[in-house]
Design a protein around this ligand. Structure first.
Ligand SMILES: C[S@@+](CC[C@H](N)C(=O)[O-])C[C@H]1O[C@@H](n2cnc3c(N)ncnc32)[C@H](O)[C@@H]1O
Length: 195
């Protein structure tokens, strides 16, 4: 990764942590992905040539920059959505600063409503919004997942009760291999077998 992009990510990591420490209102917290988790996700994308990515939960675009950087190396594209209009504006600005705005479609609105209208197909989905609505979005996305798709979700270890219905929905899929990686807040990693 180029030094300028690494520097921007460092800046966002610091400003996100400072913001979240002083901001009492949850809606205004950035809640950015743990850097080690973001780095791991970017390696997964690059090493398996993912090209059609969906992120649910953009926030200020921190994780989106990692996804877009990895997707761009594969000639791919990211769609990322968030319901918060202020964060949508921040993500737009941060992606422009990263030089990655052309690699991302930013959508503003409720995830479940927005997902209904997405054509796909996707070979990568990252759930990082509210954990309770993720099962509904997973169900809507099923027909639009390519064989071999990776489906990730953060907070698998930090919010076990909230994420339990999502993990249950993943675990009943006969064609999914699933594990939880103890990185950051716990990364759920599911692979839709291609065979
Ligand atoms: C944990 S933050 C995302 C962090 C981001 N992925 C990152 O690492 O920089 C969760 C985001 O999901 C958004 N969100 C929560 N529930 C949502 C929903 N039902 N539909 C759309 N966005 C939602 C919130 O506004 C918030 O910005």
């Amino acid at each position: 990764m180029e030094a300028a992009l690494r520097q921007l990510l460092n800046e966002l990591e610091t400003s996100g942590q400072e913001n979240d420490a002083r901001e009492p209102e949850r809606r205004k917290k950035m809640l950015n992905l743990d850097p080690a988790t973001a780095h791991l996700i970017s390696i997964l994308i690059r090493s398996s040539q993912r090209r059609s990515l969906l992120e649910i939960g953009t926030s200020n675009g921190y994780s989106t920059i990692w996804l877009a950087w990895a997707a761009k190396a594969n000639g791919g594209h990211v769609t990322s959505l968030d319901r918060d209009p202020d964060k949508h504006v921040l993500a737009d600005a941060n992606l422009k600063r990263a030089g990655l705005r052309d690699t991302v479609d930013l959508l503003n609105g409720d995830a479940t409503e927005r997902v209904k209208a997405l054509e796909g197909p996707f070979d990568f989905v990252f759930f990082d919004a509210d954990r309770t609505s993720a099962p509904a979005q997973l169900s809507l996305l099923q027909p639009r997942l390519l064989p071999g798709a990776l489906i990730l979700a953060d907070n698998a270890l930090s919010h076990p009760d909230e994420i339990a219905p999502y993990l249950a929905a993943i675990n009943v899929q006969p064609d999914f291999d699933h594990t939880i990686i103890p990185v950051g807040k716990g990364l759920s990693l599911a692979y839709k077998r291609a065979d």
